[in-house]
Design a protein around this ligand. Structure first.
Ligand SMILES: NC(=O)c1ccc[n+]([C@@H]2O[C@H](COP(=O)([O-])OP(=O)(O)OC[C@H]3O[C@@H](n4cnc5c(N)ncnc54)[C@H](OP(=O)(O)O)[C@@H]3O)[C@@H](O)[C@H]2O)c1
Length: 294
């Protein structure tokens, strides 16, 4: 038992060392979000749930959206029971009409959204060979990881620009940057990359109107999303609350990006070593796939 908890603690500390940790104090978060309205998508589980709980404890009015209405309402109830203010909005981000309704309800009922955290997402790890007759993998990931957040952000931007204030956060992945593109994740990574690029372009257009935008290049977080991939479950990663602290850091400090400390070194080595890195990744992937079919 003691050995197990030592390993768990060491693994978690290693995850924090590798993927980074939030430095914002409770008071700083309270000063930044107290009395403000923050929308967190994908808050029924994982990183979004932990972020919503942190923001609720810091005095934000937390608006949360996801598909599963019961877990979503349970998160809102828990925040309200602890003295915070939260409202649940069951929404499927892949349904354009539902996103439009969400935007309308939020603005009608709360007047404004000060901070939007685009966190909802879906990942798929599947080789191309197993995807030939599964166009839905590409459609679903692009719908939830790109088109939904674009529509939602576009719905809220006009009111933010009119008030000349607002902050938009995207929970992206290290798989987009700084890591080289990995085989087996084409549907997921392409959709996450699409939104990351959209965010960077959007940020340049709206910064003159007082709007800021942050891409978080999140490392491995042990959630429902990473659990089905055994190789990821064994690696040191963050707990959802560690990831939520990184999101809260982004909300308080409003940087253009949040990336791990080793990110510049990996970006440089990607530039110089792209051929050998590609060979290694492709070789490891082929060996793994052969193992799967045996
Ligand atoms: N876990 C990691 O290692 C990791 C690493 C880097 C980046 N990320 C990113 O972090 C974000 C959160 O992931 P997580 O690890 O916390 O995963 P998670 O526990 O599976 O949570 C994903 C959230 O997104 C919501 N969601 C999924 N499809 C949706 C849809 N169509 N409409 C509305 N909401 C939807 C889910 O709620 P419902 O199912 O109730 O709709 C859930 O609340 C994702 O964008 C992911 O790409 C994760």
């Amino acid at each position: 038992m003691a050995r197990h908890s030592f390993r768990t603690r060491t693994w978690r500390n290693l995850g924090l060392l590798i993927h980074g940790y939030g430095r914002t104090s409770r008071n700083e978060l309270r000063d930044a979000v107290g009395g403000r309205t923050v929308l967190v998508t994908g808050a029924s589980f994982g990183i979004g749930e932990a972020t919503a709980r942190r923001l609720g404890a810091a005095g934000a009015t937390v608006l949360i959206a996801a598909r599963s209405s019961e877990p979503l309402q349970a998160v809102a109830d828990a925040i309200n029971a602890e003295g915070g203010t939260a409202h649940a909005y069951p929404t499927d981000l892949t349904e354009p009409a539902e996103v439009d309704t969400l935007v309308k309800r939020l603005l009608d009922e709360h007047g404004q959204v000060d901070v939007l955290v685009n966190n909802a997402g879906k990942s798929i790890r599947r080789s191309l060979a197993r995807s030939y007759d599964r166009p839905q993998d590409f459609e679903r990931t692009i719908d939830v990881n790109y088109l939904g957040p674009v529509r939602l952000t576009m719905g809220l931007l006009p009111s933010m620009r009119a008030r000349r204030t607002g902050h938009i956060v995207n929970v992206s992945t290290q798989g987009v940057r700084p890591f080289p593109v990995a085989p087996g994740w084409s549907a997921y990574l392409a959709s996450k990359a699409a939104f990351e690029v959209w965010m960077r372009s959007m940020a340049l257009e709206v910064r003159g109107d007082g709007i800021t935008a942050t891409n978080i290049y999140m490392g491995l977080v042990h959630t429902r999303m990473s659990a089905p991939t055994p190789s990821l479950s064994r690696l040191p990663g963050l707990a959802p609350d560690d990831a939520a602290r990184l999101v809260c850091d982004a909300i308080v400090r409003r940087p253009r990006s949040v990336a791990p400390w080793w990110s510049p070194a990996v970006s440089v080595s990607n530039a110089f070593l792209s051929r050998p890195i590609d060979l290694i990744l492709s070789g490891v992937f082929r060996r793994g796939e052969k193992g799967r079919t045996r």
